[in-house]
Design a protein around this ligand. Structure first.
Ligand code: WQD
Length: 301
């Protein structure tokens, strides 16, 4: 198993659909001794969520509600939630987003599932004083483990930028479509805060320790997981071309529904309270993604 190759540990794996209430309760009934839950489950493509909102509300809420209900019933009272960034913060008036900026309705149903989920956690915590949660608001997590053993193999055609770039570079996709060059940014392409998945993963370890050590200042806390640096789509493409010493085939096309022009994270709170800082830059993000894509192709050949 890939996790074992990297860590020497073989975690127990149980495959169920968390939308299935009975199956979810059954797993938690059998694991009452668990100290907590890290809940990663969600559909996450912004454009698809605009086209198919009910699919997103059903999947993201059913799985969340079943988990919260089953774990609470079994006295498992620690919860880490994978939340989202500007998809949750709406179309920001300002670019630098602090944890206090969620004033507008999220721009996509996906973002709305994350916002309402945080409200559900707040309500649960008010009703159950033993329950504690940390909501980690991811910015654009990309990259792969440096070993090339673990990364994201997208189902079908990728929705996200980085896998689309690497699949285009290996020839699976003909060209990358850039959604669009008329945004009010330095080069007209949208700006995002791209964070290496390994940096993001490490923040979860710190958050788990914070919950288990009861170091929280409030029972529900929110932290941005971003680098604080914004890169445009063209910045990412340039970094990819430099790291791989190749030219990427791309074309500028129309806007994608649900896209926000630009944002990046305020990281002060996360640094101060979690003591977490980003260690990896855009070059490492891009080279690890490329390494992962090449390994995947070698395996499937
Ligand atoms: C990045 C940029 C596109 C594809 C993601 C997740 C979402 C959330 C935040 C956690 C955008 C442009 C993309 C392509 C392009 N994560 N793009 N051509 O939309 O910011 O959202 O991060 O909650 O779940 O999906 O990321 O990678 O799709 O897009 O031009 O083929 O690349 O317009 O500016 P996004 P993305």
């Amino acid at each position: 198993m890939r996790i074992n190759k990297i860590t020497g540990v073989n975690p127990k794996f149980i495959k169920i659909d968390l939308k299935d209430t009975l199956a979810t309760h059954s797993v938690f009934n059998e694991h009452k001794d668990a100290s907590g839950v890290i809940h990663f489950v969600a559909h996450k493509a912004v454009g698809e969520a605009v086209d198919q909102p009910l699919k997103y509300y059903k999947n993201n809420f059913y799985s969340l509600l079943n988990t919260l209900e089953a774990q609470s019933k079994n006295g498992i009272n620690n919860f880490i939630f994978s939340s989202s960034s500007a998809t949750l913060y709406g179309i920001p008036d300002i670019l630098l987003i602090t944890e206090k900026n969620e004033t507008q309705r999220p721009f996509s149903p996906y973002g709305n599932t994350k916002k309402v989920a945080e409200e559900i956690l707040d309500d649960l915590i008010r009703s159950n004083k033993a329950f504690s949660a940390i909501s980690l608001r991811y910015f654009n997590s990309i990259g792969a483990h440096e070993s090339g053993e673990i990364g994201e193999p997208p189902n079908g055609i990728p929705n996200n930028l980085m896998p689309y770039i690497t699949q285009t570079a290996v020839g699976i996709r003909e060209k990358l479509m850039i959604y669009v060059n008329d945004y009010p940014t330095k080069d007209g392409t949208p700006i995002r805060d791209y964070i290496h998945i390994v940096d993001l993963a490490k923040a979860h370890v710190i958050a788990v320790e914070r919950l288990l050590n009861k170091d929280q200042e409030t029972a529900l806390e929110f932290f941005n997981l971003g680098t604080g640096i914004g890169y445009s789509v063209l910045d990412v493409i340039n970094a990819f071309e430099a790291v791989t010493n190749s030219k990427l085939n791309y074309e500028i096309t129309g806007r994608r529904d649900g896209d926000v022009p630009q944002f990046y994270a305020a990281t002060d709170l996360t640094k101060e309270k979690l003591g977490w800082t980003v260690q990896k830059g855009l070059d490492e993000i891009v080279s690890s993604s490329w390494n992962w894509e090449q390994n995947l192709r070698n395996e499937t050949q």
